[in-house]
Write a protein that binds this ligand. Structure first.
Ligand code: NAG
Ligand code: NAG
Ligand code: NAG
Length: 390
């Protein structure tokens, strides 16, 4: 029975044109200056497109990769859109700073709405980008709720757990629940839509399901993997909530303490997801969007797989430029000669070696105050050596 199942666990080549990875194209908002005004729509409720009014949602659909579902949600609740835009910036900046010194440095995220192959082939890197996007959107919305910026939501409801210390729940907790719910609607629904549509097409037309090489990845498998990684991103958010407290009482005493659940800085979430990226597991995805760990024989437990990021295609080493794989190569990247981590010249330059470039800076220095208000400086030349991969 299991073998039959495995026979079905194959990659599907779909003969029609497919658009991978549509649900993260909104990350391109990071580079936009869209004004999310309600006024243009209020004159014409719900008829932004047909009436010829260029609503920001229409522009987002045309230029910033919003898919239909997202544009609809945008028109329906436009006041949240500035926060979506902020989430795009947050996701990109977090990803970039976490991967800054690595061979793959998250630069492809800046090409959105165009997505290079490293973000469409269901790679480990794609897994990270989906998870961080989902996390960043949840984060931004949860914070927007608790800061009172949205009228759809307020502070998080009080945790069910009875406090064990000398405190009571109060204050205003970050509303991760609302944030996660919005993220499911804005991102996950796009992938779910893809899954449903393709599954139906396969069932209807009985298209030939072919065994394919590692490189040919079926749309449904990718959608299922994306959905999983989105969930991981949100789960990390929920798990990162921590209790923060404030004391009240006469003259600084802590007679009354109120506590609430708050999120840590996003950089912390980025690092947690990096661990999940490092430990990501390879899976098969079947035509109907089931994810099955490749090493079932080694008993990768299903429970474990829900905690980790998953991917389908093996990543290249990102050492040399290869447009087909979405690898930019590391020629010319700055490396560090005195470390042994991913940023070291050894690893970053992939054994090709490096050259030393002398960087001269001219600065004002050794500044001294004379009398009260007069500053005199000297001109200093500082030479630093930087190392660049060959
Ligand atoms: C939209 O808002 C900006 C400022 O936030 C304003 O300058 C602009 O005129 C507004 N546009 C419309 C169409 O109301
Ligand atoms: C990221 O890597 C690309 C390709 O190697 C490079 O062009 C770019 O400058 C890098 N970005 C940063 C911030 O190091
Ligand atoms: C190289 O690594 C060392 C040790 O971590 C660090 O002190 C130094 O600032 C790094 N150099 C550069 C150019 O990043």
């Amino acid at each position: 029975m299991a073998k039959v199942l495995y026979a079905v666990v194959v990659y599907v080549v779909l003969v029609f044109f497919v658009n991978f990875g549509e649900s993260i194209k909104w990350l391109s908002l990071q580079q936009s200056h869209l004004q999310w005004n309600l006024s243009s729509l209020n004159n014409n409720p719900g008829r932004g497109i047909r009436s010829g009014v260029r609503s920001p949602c229409t522009i987002a659909r045309r230029r910033y990769g919003f898919v239909k579902i997202q544009a609809k949600l945008c028109r329906h609740s436009m006041e949240v859109m500035p926060h979506v835009q902020a989430a795009a910036v947050l996701a990109s900046e977090t990803c970039r700073s976490v991967f800054m010194n690595r061979r793959w440095n998250c630069s492809s995220i800046f090409m959105a709405p165009f997505l290079p192959p490293d973000l469409t082939r269901a790679t480990r890197e794609q897994a990270y980008v989906y998870a961080i996007s989902s996390a960043a959107l949840t984060y931004t919305m949860a914070r927007a709720c608790s800061s009172g910026a949205l009228y759809h939501c307020t502070c998080a409801s009080k945790p069910p757990a009875v406090p064990n210390g000398q405190f009571q729940w109060g204050g205003c907790g970050d509303n991760v629940q609302w944030g996660a719910q919005f993220t499911r609607r804005f991102i996950d629904n796009v992938e779910k839509h893809t899954l449903e549509k393709r599954s139906k097409e396969i069932t209807d037309s009985k298209k030939v399901v072919k065994m394919q090489s590692d490189e040919a990845v079926g749309t449904n498998a990718v959608a299922a993997v994306n959905l999983h990684n989105n969930r991981v991103g949100r789960k990390v958010m929920v798990e990162s909530l921590r209790t923060q407290c404030k004391c009240h009482g006469v003259s600084g005493s802590c007679n009354i303490k109120t506590c609430w659940k708050a999120l840590p800085p996003m950089s912390e979430i980025g690092v947690r997801l990096l661990e999940k990226y490092t430990n990501a597991i390879k899976v098969y995805g079947d035509a109907f969007g089931e994810i099955i760990p490749e090493k079932t024989a080694k008993r990768v437990k299903k429970a474990a797989s829900t905690q980790l990021l998953v991917y389908i295609s093996k990543s290249p080493d990102y050492c040399t430029k290869d447009d087909k794989l979405g690898s930019f190569g590391t020629v010319g990247r700055q490396c560090n000669v005195s470390t042994s981590g991913p940023e070291s010249c050894r690893q970053l330059c992939c054994g090709r070696g490096y050259r030393t470039v002398v960087d001269e800076k001219i600065e004002r220095c050794q500044c001294k105050f004379y009398n009260c208000c007069y500053v005199k400086c000297q001109i200093c030349r500082t030479k630093t050596q930087v190392y660049e991969c060959l």
